[in-house]
Ligand binder design. Structure first.
Ligand code: SAM
Ligand code: SF4
Ligand code: SF4
Length: 338
């Protein structure tokens, strides 16, 4: 069965936050001290995640991304990869990581069936890296990238959140780095996730400007969005040395094709990255609700979905009154999975 929401969007993709814990404290993502961490016994077990994913697959979900928080701080997360990769209907299991623990875990992840990975890297400068992550070191992440290359994964993408006056001067260096090591660089517009990041529109470097910077250095040609609906618009380097993607999350929103559901670490279904509502699936699951009933529950939530937060935000940003992120309360990104 292929369930569609009120705007005719399927649930093709599910992003699962396997933990809200993280070994970094990126200023643009981590909530402040008042954040209530999810209790250990509230966190879904691997079996519970696999059970819900199987039910999602029955509703048309084909792709799973494990994220967080930092997915690699969850013990033995490769076992979860193995369980999900075997589920009928799931054709793709991928993972987004900060890379700090990747070098040691890459062999297990690869043996478990992981074929695609996104590694976050906002700067190549060790001091700036420490500043933005508030505790991370650059070298282990670079080692993680080397390990991913050695493992021969089908796809390694490097995610960079571009923030004005922080790393917009590194766009060419990062693109060069990715080209040198046959990686796909993806530049992401800075978003107002959660309730405590200090987002301001003047710190967003719009996709148009990122492209101008890239074009001044490299001849590139637009090849569009993967499958016609991915968040990133891809550009091919004319010299044949790979592809670079730009995600215009703020200035070129893609809500119209958003087929992504999110599952929080404590088992809530969230239908938009900027939502403040989580639909509890853990309680009925733990009470032994049948697959049929859980499936009907999820289908019911999805068919009522009308989310298009980024479309609306962009609409508001273009008006005289603008957009004030403080007016909207949102679930933190570490909880619902970036
Ligand atoms: N810890 C992992 C990592 O950093 O890759 C996975 C979780 S993280 C929340 C997922 C992705 O969201 C990362 O690529 C991160 O850079 C991105 N992200 C976090 N905060 C963001 C923001 N304010 N704007 C845009 N992207 C953001
Ligand atoms: Fe942790 Fe990733 Fe958020 Fe950074 S972006 S604080 S690494 S979850
Ligand atoms: Fe999807 Fe919500 Fe992002 Fe729009 S704002 S693309 S609906 S997650």
């Amino acid at each position: 069965m292929n369930v569609k929401d009120a705007l005719n969007r399927p649930i093709r993709d599910i992003r699962i936050s396997v933990t809200d814990r993280c070994n970094y404290r990126c200023a643009y993502c981590m909530p402040n001290e008042e954040y209530d961490w999810v209790n250990r016994d509230e966190i879904l077990s691997f079996e519970e995640i696999a059970c819900l994913t199987r039910i999602f697959a029955g509703l048309g979900t084909e792709k799973v991304r494990l994220t967080g928080g930092e997915p690699l701080v969850r013990k033995d997360v490769h076992e979860l990869v193995r369980m999900l990769a075997r589920l009928p209907g799931i054709r793709d299991v991928s993972l987004t990581t900060n890379g700090a623990l990747l070098a040691e875990q890459m062999p297990d992840l690869s043996a478990a069936g992981l074929k695609r990975i996104n590694i976050s890297l906002d700067t190549l400068d060790a001091a700036k890296f420490r500043t933005i992550t508030q505790r991370g070191e650059l070298a282990p992440v670079l080692n993680g990238i080397v390990a991913a290359r050695k493992a021969g994964l089908q796809s390694i993408k490097i995610n960079c959140v571009v923030i004005r006056k922080f790393n917009d001067d590194e766009i060419i260096d990062l693109a060069d780095f990715a080209r040198r090591y046959s990686l796909t660089m993806r530049f992401i517009e800075y978003m107002d996730v959660g309730d405590s990041n200090e987002w301001r529109f003047d710190r967003v470097v719009p996709k148009r400007e990122i492209l101008e910077i890239l074009r001044a250095r490299f001849p590139i040609r637009e090849i569009g969005r993967a499958d016609g609906r991915a968040p990133a618009v891809d550009y091919k380097y004319e010299d044949g040395r790979g592809v670079v993607g730009v995600i215009g999350s703020v200035t070129e929103p893609f809500c119209g094709t958003c087929d992504r559901a999110r599952l929080t670490a404590d088992g809530k279904l969230v239908t938009c990255l900027f939502s403040n509502v989580g639909h509890d699936l853990k309680t009925p699951l733990r009470l032994g609700e049948s697959d049929e009933k859980l499936s009907a529950r999820i289908a019911d939530i999805w068919t009522g979905r009308r989310d298009r937060f980024s479309d609306d935000r962009w609409g508001a940003l273009k008006t005289r009154s603008g957009y004030d992120p403080k007016q909207y309360s949102k679930i933190e990104m570490i909880r619902l999975g970036g």
